[in-house]
Design a binder for this molecule. Structure first.
Ligand SMILES: [Zn+2]
Ligand SMILES: [Zn+2]
Length: 161
């Protein structure tokens, strides 16, 4: 795994190219498998895990202790912050900012859709007006036809009787 020139960060000896070794994802130092305190099984799992730019997701013992210290600090800080109201306000503000960040482009889309709907509505109302005129014209025509028919039927009934 390691290329030539890497030295084990644990024992300071050169890591040979085809020897079992792995690099810490945090400090980028290389370690012999035997210096990493990993069992064969764990080493295999880590070596087979998805790699980014040739790195594993493994952290050396030094970085693990670093991380655990940072994490415990965070937890302590959280416990204090959650009970105090300023953090809640900050949290609400952050939520608001998040909402605005994600809703802003959505709102633009909604605006666009609404303007589209408005134009469609005006288009429809134009059509409805045209339809009304058409219907009126049709009814007028229908009346004329009826009058004409009644007139002719009157004449026919009159002439028949
Ligand atoms: Zn070593
Ligand atoms: Zn490390």
């Amino acid at each position: 795994m390691a290329s030539k020139g890497y030295k084990c960060a644990s024992c300071s000896k050169q890591i040979r190219e085809n020897s079992s070794s792995l690099s810490c994802v945090n400090c980028k130092n290389w370690f012999h498998k035997k210096c990493s305190d990993l069992s064969d099984e764990k080493f295999k799992k880590i070596a087979a895990a998805p790699k980014k730019k040739g790195q594993t997701n493994w952290r050396c013992s030094g970085c693990l202790s670093e991380v655990s210290i940072v994490e415990s600090d965070d937890e302590d800080g959280m416990d204090v912050d959650v009970s105090s109201s300023p953090t809640n306000e900050i949290f609400l503000l952050q939520m608001k900012q998040l909402f605005e960040k994600y809703l802003a482009p959505f709102r633009e889309k909604v605006d666009k859709i609404e303007s589209n709907i408005a134009s469609i509505k005006s288009e429809l109302s134009k059509n409805t007006e045209q339809n009304k005129i058409n219907t009126e014209n049709y009814r007028k025509l229908e009346k004329r036809v009826k009058i004409a028919e009644e007139g002719s039927s009157d004449r026919t009934t009159k002439s028949a009787s």
